[in-house]
Design a protein around this ligand. Sequence first.
Ligand SMILES: [Zn+2]
Length: 289
Amino acid sequence: MSDPCRPVYTGRFAPSPTGELHLGSLATALASYLQARYHHGRWLIRIDDIDPQRERPGSAASIVATLEQFGLFPDAPVIYQSQRAALYHSAITQLLDQDLAYPCACSRADLDRNGRYPGHCRAGMPPGAQQRSLRVRCEQAQISFMDALAGAQHIHLQQHTGDFVIRRADACFAYQLCCAVDDAAPTITEVVRGMDLLDSTAQQIHIRRLLQLHSPRYAHIPVIVDEHGKKLSKRDQADPLLHGDHITAMRQALTHLQHPPPAAITSIDGLLTWALSHWQPARLSSAWA
Ligand SMILES: [Zn+2]
Protein backbone atom coordinates (compact mmCIF):
# COMPACT_ATOMS: atom_id res chain seq x y z
CA MET A 1 0.00 0.00 0.00
CA SER A 2 1.23 3.49 -0.76
CA ASP A 3 1.96 5.89 2.06
CA PRO A 4 -0.95 8.38 2.16
CA CYS A 5 1.38 11.11 3.49
CA ARG A 6 3.72 10.85 0.57
CA PRO A 7 2.50 12.42 -2.66
CA VAL A 8 2.39 10.01 -5.56
CA TYR A 9 5.29 10.46 -7.96
CA THR A 10 4.19 12.94 -10.61
CA GLY A 11 6.28 13.93 -13.58
CA ARG A 12 5.51 16.22 -16.48
CA PHE A 13 6.58 17.18 -19.95
CA ALA A 14 6.06 20.88 -20.63
CA PRO A 15 6.78 21.95 -24.21
CA SER A 16 6.28 25.45 -25.59
CA PRO A 17 4.09 25.31 -28.70
CA THR A 18 6.61 27.07 -30.91
CA GLY A 19 6.96 24.30 -33.50
CA GLU A 20 6.70 20.57 -34.07
CA LEU A 21 8.04 18.00 -31.62
CA HIS A 22 11.69 17.38 -32.53
CA LEU A 23 14.25 14.77 -31.55
CA GLY A 24 15.53 16.74 -28.55
CA SER A 25 12.07 17.27 -27.09
CA LEU A 26 11.10 13.65 -27.81
CA ALA A 27 14.09 12.53 -25.71
CA THR A 28 13.00 14.80 -22.85
CA ALA A 29 9.40 13.60 -23.10
CA LEU A 30 10.51 9.97 -23.08
CA ALA A 31 12.86 10.47 -20.13
CA SER A 32 10.14 12.10 -18.01
CA TYR A 33 7.59 9.45 -19.05
CA LEU A 34 9.86 6.47 -18.37
CA GLN A 35 10.95 7.96 -15.06
CA ALA A 36 7.29 8.37 -13.98
CA ARG A 37 6.43 4.80 -14.97
CA TYR A 38 9.57 3.49 -13.23
CA HIS A 39 8.28 5.09 -10.03
CA HIS A 40 4.73 3.78 -10.64
CA GLY A 41 3.71 7.41 -10.82
CA ARG A 42 1.68 9.76 -12.96
CA TRP A 43 2.83 11.61 -16.06
CA LEU A 44 1.31 14.88 -17.22
CA ILE A 45 1.61 17.05 -20.31
CA ARG A 46 1.55 20.81 -19.86
CA ILE A 47 1.58 23.17 -22.81
CA ASP A 48 3.55 26.30 -21.90
CA ASP A 49 1.56 28.67 -24.10
CA ILE A 50 1.90 31.96 -22.26
CA ASP A 51 3.81 33.75 -24.98
CA PRO A 52 1.47 34.32 -27.97
CA GLN A 53 4.26 36.12 -29.87
CA ARG A 54 6.40 32.99 -30.03
CA GLU A 55 3.57 30.52 -30.52
CA ARG A 56 2.89 28.72 -33.80
CA PRO A 57 -0.80 28.04 -34.49
CA GLY A 58 -1.59 24.34 -34.40
CA SER A 59 1.68 23.36 -32.81
CA ALA A 60 0.21 22.46 -29.38
CA ALA A 61 -2.21 19.98 -30.98
CA SER A 62 0.50 18.63 -33.22
CA ILE A 63 2.92 18.07 -30.30
CA VAL A 64 0.27 16.18 -28.31
CA ALA A 65 -0.71 14.09 -31.37
CA THR A 66 2.94 13.23 -32.06
CA LEU A 67 3.52 12.19 -28.43
CA GLU A 68 0.51 9.88 -28.73
CA GLN A 69 1.99 8.32 -31.85
CA PHE A 70 4.93 7.35 -29.64
CA GLY A 71 2.57 5.83 -27.09
CA LEU A 72 3.09 8.69 -24.64
CA PHE A 73 -0.40 9.33 -23.25
CA PRO A 74 -0.80 11.59 -20.20
CA ASP A 75 -2.66 10.39 -17.09
CA ALA A 76 -4.83 13.53 -16.94
CA PRO A 77 -6.17 16.04 -19.47
CA VAL A 78 -3.46 18.22 -21.02
CA ILE A 79 -2.84 21.38 -18.96
CA TYR A 80 -2.63 24.72 -20.82
CA GLN A 81 -0.87 27.64 -19.17
CA SER A 82 -3.05 30.01 -21.20
CA GLN A 83 -6.02 28.83 -19.09
CA ARG A 84 -4.28 29.43 -15.77
CA ALA A 85 -3.89 33.23 -15.73
CA ALA A 86 -5.92 33.49 -12.49
CA LEU A 87 -3.30 31.41 -10.65
CA TYR A 88 -0.42 33.55 -11.93
CA HIS A 89 -2.38 36.67 -11.04
CA SER A 90 -2.90 35.55 -7.48
CA ALA A 91 0.76 34.57 -7.11
CA ILE A 92 1.77 38.06 -8.24
CA THR A 93 -0.76 39.71 -5.94
CA GLN A 94 0.62 37.71 -3.03
CA LEU A 95 4.20 38.76 -3.85
CA LEU A 96 3.24 42.43 -4.25
CA ASP A 97 1.17 42.44 -1.03
CA GLN A 98 4.19 41.18 0.90
CA ASP A 99 6.55 43.62 -0.83
CA LEU A 100 8.43 40.68 -2.32
CA ALA A 101 7.92 42.13 -5.80
CA TYR A 102 7.85 45.67 -7.17
CA PRO A 103 7.11 47.65 -10.34
CA CYS A 104 10.09 48.52 -12.52
CA ALA A 105 10.46 51.19 -15.20
CA CYS A 106 13.70 49.88 -16.65
CA SER A 107 14.30 48.36 -20.05
CA ARG A 108 16.86 45.88 -21.28
CA ALA A 109 19.29 48.78 -21.79
CA ASP A 110 19.39 49.31 -18.02
CA LEU A 111 20.80 45.85 -17.29
CA ASP A 112 24.51 45.58 -16.55
CA ARG A 113 26.88 44.11 -19.10
CA ASN A 114 26.27 40.61 -17.72
CA GLY A 115 22.53 40.98 -18.18
CA ARG A 116 21.86 41.42 -14.46
CA TYR A 117 19.37 43.90 -13.10
CA PRO A 118 21.17 46.44 -10.88
CA GLY A 119 18.09 47.21 -8.76
CA HIS A 120 17.31 50.78 -9.88
CA CYS A 121 13.62 50.60 -8.90
CA ARG A 122 13.99 48.44 -5.81
CA ALA A 123 13.17 51.38 -3.53
CA GLY A 124 10.61 52.85 -5.93
CA MET A 125 10.52 53.97 -9.55
CA PRO A 126 11.99 57.38 -10.43
CA PRO A 127 9.37 60.17 -10.19
CA GLY A 128 7.18 60.29 -13.30
CA ALA A 129 8.57 57.02 -14.70
CA GLN A 130 6.20 54.64 -16.45
CA GLN A 131 5.97 51.09 -15.13
CA ARG A 132 7.10 48.45 -17.61
CA SER A 133 7.48 45.21 -15.70
CA LEU A 134 7.22 43.61 -12.28
CA ARG A 135 10.30 42.15 -10.64
CA VAL A 136 10.72 39.80 -7.71
CA ARG A 137 13.22 40.65 -4.99
CA CYS A 138 16.09 38.27 -4.59
CA GLU A 139 18.45 40.14 -2.25
CA GLN A 140 20.70 37.63 -0.49
CA ALA A 141 18.82 34.69 -2.04
CA GLN A 142 21.16 31.72 -2.02
CA ILE A 143 19.58 28.75 -3.73
CA SER A 144 21.07 25.31 -3.28
CA PHE A 145 19.59 22.16 -4.71
CA MET A 146 20.75 18.70 -5.62
CA ASP A 147 20.17 17.83 -9.24
CA ALA A 148 19.85 14.06 -9.64
CA LEU A 149 22.11 14.18 -12.70
CA ALA A 150 24.04 17.46 -12.69
CA GLY A 151 24.86 17.23 -8.97
CA ALA A 152 24.87 19.94 -6.29
CA GLN A 153 24.02 23.42 -7.52
CA HIS A 154 24.56 26.65 -5.57
CA ILE A 155 23.30 29.88 -7.07
CA HIS A 156 23.49 33.37 -5.64
CA LEU A 157 20.63 35.00 -7.52
CA GLN A 158 21.84 38.56 -6.96
CA GLN A 159 25.06 37.71 -8.79
CA HIS A 160 23.27 35.59 -11.36
CA THR A 161 20.26 37.60 -12.58
CA GLY A 162 19.51 40.22 -9.94
CA ASP A 163 15.82 40.86 -9.20
CA PHE A 164 14.16 39.21 -12.18
CA VAL A 165 10.99 39.86 -14.17
CA ILE A 166 7.79 38.02 -13.22
CA ARG A 167 5.48 40.08 -15.39
CA ARG A 168 6.88 41.41 -18.64
CA ALA A 169 6.58 44.83 -20.24
CA ASP A 170 4.15 43.33 -22.79
CA ALA A 171 1.95 42.25 -19.82
CA CYS A 172 2.72 38.56 -20.38
CA PHE A 173 3.44 36.53 -17.27
CA ALA A 174 7.11 35.56 -17.26
CA TYR A 175 8.05 31.95 -17.91
CA GLN A 176 9.82 31.62 -14.54
CA LEU A 177 6.69 32.62 -12.63
CA CYS A 178 4.30 30.35 -14.53
CA CYS A 179 6.61 27.38 -14.40
CA ALA A 180 7.23 27.90 -10.66
CA VAL A 181 3.49 28.00 -9.94
CA ASP A 182 2.59 25.14 -12.28
CA ASP A 183 5.18 22.73 -10.92
CA ALA A 184 3.58 23.22 -7.49
CA ALA A 185 -0.08 22.77 -8.52
CA PRO A 186 -0.77 20.04 -9.40
CA THR A 187 2.15 18.86 -7.28
CA ILE A 188 4.99 17.73 -9.50
CA THR A 189 7.40 15.59 -7.48
CA GLU A 190 10.21 15.42 -10.03
CA VAL A 191 11.01 17.59 -13.03
CA VAL A 192 12.99 15.82 -15.75
CA ARG A 193 13.96 18.30 -18.45
CA GLY A 194 16.81 19.47 -20.65
CA MET A 195 20.03 20.85 -19.22
CA ASP A 196 19.39 24.13 -21.06
CA LEU A 197 16.84 24.87 -18.31
CA LEU A 198 19.20 24.19 -15.40
CA ASP A 199 19.86 27.93 -15.08
CA SER A 200 16.15 28.65 -14.64
CA THR A 201 15.76 26.29 -11.74
CA ALA A 202 17.10 28.57 -9.01
CA GLN A 203 14.70 31.34 -10.06
CA GLN A 204 11.76 28.96 -9.95
CA ILE A 205 12.75 27.56 -6.55
CA HIS A 206 13.13 31.13 -5.27
CA ILE A 207 9.61 32.10 -6.39
CA ARG A 208 8.15 29.00 -4.75
CA ARG A 209 9.98 29.72 -1.48
CA LEU A 210 8.51 33.21 -1.39
CA LEU A 211 5.06 31.78 -2.10
CA GLN A 212 5.66 29.03 0.48
CA LEU A 213 5.13 26.32 -2.11
CA HIS A 214 6.88 22.99 -2.24
CA SER A 215 9.58 22.42 -4.88
CA PRO A 216 10.00 19.20 -6.85
CA ARG A 217 13.24 17.27 -7.24
CA TYR A 218 15.14 17.92 -10.45
CA ALA A 219 16.97 15.87 -13.03
CA HIS A 220 18.39 17.82 -15.97
CA ILE A 221 19.33 15.62 -18.88
CA PRO A 222 21.99 16.53 -21.45
CA VAL A 223 20.42 18.07 -24.56
CA ILE A 224 20.92 16.53 -27.99
CA VAL A 225 23.40 18.57 -29.99
CA ASP A 226 24.31 18.54 -33.67
CA GLU A 227 27.80 17.84 -34.98
CA HIS A 228 28.80 21.46 -34.19
CA GLY A 229 27.75 21.12 -30.55
CA LYS A 230 24.67 23.30 -31.12
CA LYS A 231 21.36 22.36 -29.49
CA LEU A 232 19.18 20.59 -32.03
CA SER A 233 16.65 23.08 -33.32
CA LYS A 234 13.08 22.50 -34.38
CA ARG A 235 14.04 22.68 -38.04
CA ASP A 236 17.18 20.57 -38.12
CA GLN A 237 17.33 18.66 -41.41
CA ALA A 238 19.09 15.74 -39.70
CA ASP A 239 16.10 15.21 -37.38
CA PRO A 240 14.36 11.92 -38.33
CA LEU A 241 11.10 13.31 -36.91
CA LEU A 242 11.10 15.94 -39.64
CA HIS A 243 10.85 13.13 -42.18
CA GLY A 244 8.23 11.15 -40.24
CA ASP A 245 10.75 8.40 -39.40
CA HIS A 246 9.42 7.63 -35.93
CA ILE A 247 11.28 4.35 -35.42
CA THR A 248 14.68 5.98 -36.07
CA ALA A 249 13.70 8.95 -33.88
CA MET A 250 12.69 6.66 -30.99
CA ARG A 251 15.90 4.64 -31.31
CA GLN A 252 18.04 7.78 -31.37
CA ALA A 253 16.20 9.31 -28.42
CA LEU A 254 16.63 6.14 -26.32
CA THR A 255 20.28 5.86 -27.31
CA HIS A 256 20.81 9.48 -26.25
CA LEU A 257 19.24 8.52 -22.91
CA GLN A 258 21.88 5.76 -22.51
CA HIS A 259 19.35 3.02 -23.29
CA PRO A 260 20.24 1.82 -26.81
CA PRO A 261 17.53 -0.67 -27.80
CA PRO A 262 18.27 -4.06 -29.44
CA ALA A 263 18.30 -3.91 -33.25
CA ALA A 264 15.68 -6.67 -33.44
CA ILE A 265 12.92 -4.41 -32.13
CA THR A 266 11.36 -2.61 -35.07
CA SER A 267 8.06 -1.17 -33.84
CA ILE A 268 7.21 1.85 -31.68
CA ASP A 269 5.16 -0.32 -29.32
CA GLY A 270 8.02 -2.80 -29.04
CA LEU A 271 10.57 -0.05 -28.36
CA LEU A 272 8.40 1.56 -25.68
CA THR A 273 7.71 -1.79 -23.99
CA TRP A 274 11.43 -2.58 -24.04
CA ALA A 275 12.29 0.87 -22.60
CA LEU A 276 9.66 0.51 -19.85
CA SER A 277 11.09 -2.79 -18.69
CA HIS A 278 14.76 -1.76 -18.99
CA TRP A 279 14.72 1.82 -17.69
CA GLN A 280 17.48 2.46 -15.16
CA PRO A 281 17.64 6.15 -14.12
CA ALA A 282 21.23 5.68 -12.90
CA ARG A 283 22.35 5.07 -16.48
CA LEU A 284 21.49 8.67 -17.33
CA SER A 285 24.22 9.87 -14.98
CA SER A 286 26.85 8.37 -17.24
CA ALA A 287 25.82 10.92 -19.86
CA TRP A 288 27.28 13.56 -17.53
CA ALA A 289 30.56 11.76 -16.96
ZN1 LIG B 1 13.86 49.29 -12.76
